[in-house]
Design a protein around this ligand. Sequence first.
Ligand code: WT7
Length: 656
Amino acid sequence: MTEAKLEAWLDEKRAFAPSAAFVATANAKPSLYDEANADPVAWWRKQAERLTWEKEPTSTLEWDLPFAKWYGDGTLNASVNCVDRHVAAGNGDKVAYHWVADIEGESRTITYAQLLKMVCQTTNALVELGVKKGDRVAIYMPMIPEAVVAMLAIARLGAIHSVVFAGFSADALSSRILDSDCQYVITADGAFRRGAPSPLKPAVDEALQSCPNVKAVLVVRRTGGDVHWVEGRDHWWHEEVERQSESHTPEFFPAEQTLLIMYTSGTTAKPKGIFHTTGGYLTQCATTYHYIFDVKPSSDVLWTAADIGWITGHSYIVYGPLVNGVTQIMYEGLPDSGGRDRWWRIVEEFKATVLYTAPTTIRTLMKWGDELPKGRDLSSLRLLGTVGEPINPEAWMWYREHVGGNRCPIVDTWWQTETGSIMITPLPGITTTKPGAAMTPFPGISADVVDNEGNSVGNGEGGYLVITAPWPAMTRGIYGDPERFKATYWERFPGKYFAGDGAKRDEDGDLWLLGRIDDVMNISGHRLSTTEVEHALVGHPSVAEAAVVGASDDTTGQAIVAFVTLKLSAEDATKDQSGVIEELRQHVAKVISPIAKPRQIILTPDLPKTRSGKIMRRLLRDVAENRSLGDVTTLTDPTVVNMIAGLMQTENSSEE
Ligand code: WT7
């Protein structure tokens, strides 16, 4: 959203107060902020009572900036907290997941008792394969229940899961396996996408050619058909897991035991292995889930429409919901698998009460027309959430009216892989929401907007978003690289966590997130760095130089635009341009993922550079977004950028 558009919305002062009916039953009471903020550490200690501890912690926070320990002397088991204790409390028959397949008509209902059996059997199988406490296990799986089971079984052993989104390429998978030295991989033969099988195992086989330390691969049969098999290394899930005992006696681990690694893009070409530990992460996932989604475990059917390959899936499909013992919908497919009204049919069939998704999906659903949600009974919904990127007010209003029937509060939740759980959000039943604003820090969280010097800005002003006090689910660092952790997050504003986002405080002091201010792009809620894509492009033998920018896009939020200069070999000179461009797009898909394919590649004989030789990305972004070019006098050759703008225009008009 442009600054001017935002101002226009702010001027309208549109706001939605919670309804009396919602207030009456809301989990969040108005005293919550005061209680939490009077003594945040004590309040977070109280929230830890949501968990079952083997040994209750006596310490809450040890803070040696930027390294935190929460509940440091407590011991617990994540998997027991998610599953065993609900069964022990007599809720074994309660549904944990209504799993809905990509293919129409296929679904599975998994109760907590069944989940416990599956987790125990899988844990026993992992023990047999040699997995031990502290080992890293990579998961590269579609959205099937076994993916959740695998995560919980790994956690149950005190091992560490590193889930890699199944849309990533073999190269991306192998670099992640190598970085954290995973010795085991859990995968599936394939996944279903709009009814058609799409293989996964070949990517694992390719990735493992460069990962000699991987000892065993456990493979779920999902799609059927032939698979390449490495004897001694590869094992079928149905052969290894299903013959195991259905019980497993868990061990308990220190609160600061590492639970998970999740790779995310930073400003360099190499993704960072963000890791989270157990006690603090689970406490904040459970607490935020309870209040922000106003969870009523006895009646709710909650649907986080995300993939377990991202942190949203970890925190709000697996850990937050399971600790709360709720019933969820887990959906394998795409929004239009089996038709563009598929989501609304799922809401209707399972009577979903809460829906949590990304703005980019909302915009896509919106493009498909009002008739589709109107054609289904969505009256079970009582709360809606969004995450992943700033939501434009138009999409927010459409979500409210056409999905929420003007009755459901919307929570726009700001957080990051690094923060582990939601940090800035409205609270349903308390907050008067504004379309497009994430509003206020969650109770017990201290956030600020600061200027270049690190001073708080006043109301009506913008700046950089920082977090000013430690929080339970904060990342404990970048796996294997504490120095990079300090430098990336804690040095820009000493003593404060620098999120990398721009933010604005409006006249009422409420927070609006304005997007990344660094070289991180947000494509359909997926985080990618410009450098990572540039690196992939220059890795192609024909490319001399590449500059990548994120340009705003009506559907995907941002889209990748790449400016590429080719090495002029005789062979390339004879190729037609569209062929070269398509080859480069496929190359990026192969090196990173199809989600990283540039929307547009502009072949240009030169790139605009400053006299010191730096590529002027700001100018390229102006070009990519059709903005008029500002001051270009610092460029070595100002004509270059005009030439590129010309190339871009020719390209755009030929596409129309
Ligand atoms: C980046 C973090 C957190 C799960 C999904 C993304 C952007 C996230 C919002 C929001 C505006 C948002 C930020 C942030 N972002 N939520 N509600 N409003 N921006 O996790 O991949 O680690 O990306 O997503 O730019 O820094 P992630």
